[in-house]
Design a protein around this ligand. Sequence first.
Ligand code: FES
Length: 166
Amino acid sequence: MSERHTAVCELKQTDFHEIGNLIDLYFKGKQGCLIQVLHTAQGLYGYLPLELQQYIADKLEMPLSEVSGVVTFYSFFSVHPRGEHTIRVCLGTACYVRGGKKIIDHLIQKLGVQVGGTTADRKYTFEIARCIGACGLAPALMIDDVVYRQMSPSKIDALLANLNKG
Ligand code: FES
């Protein structure tokens, strides 16, 4: 069995009582609550594997295809376990022309994962973003909700060293 498959199946249905209770208390019978439920579930479990999507579909009495459709449509939902921190490197035009690719190559080498991946220790998930509003001080990246501007490989090393302390 692949590492990824093992990870996806880590959550068992018996673990889902927390979201089940919240659905019963706050969401049952309410129209248009699916995105809120999925947000809540991702907050609780970190990601939305198929087993959890099925559980939510059953609880909300809707087809799995409807739940999966929403999960795959919105990029902020993840079906794989995520890292403690999310690093998003901007590859919008300004960042691209000012060295965004070099930032990405450095992170691939530093983290040992490709774009879209999560490090084996689950510390970081590494993604690409399209313009994060810091074009004037490109290249930029985000770590969780914080924007870092005028990035360079050495600045990234310092940021990661700081995060690794925590
Ligand atoms: S293009 Fe990167 S912040 Fe705008």
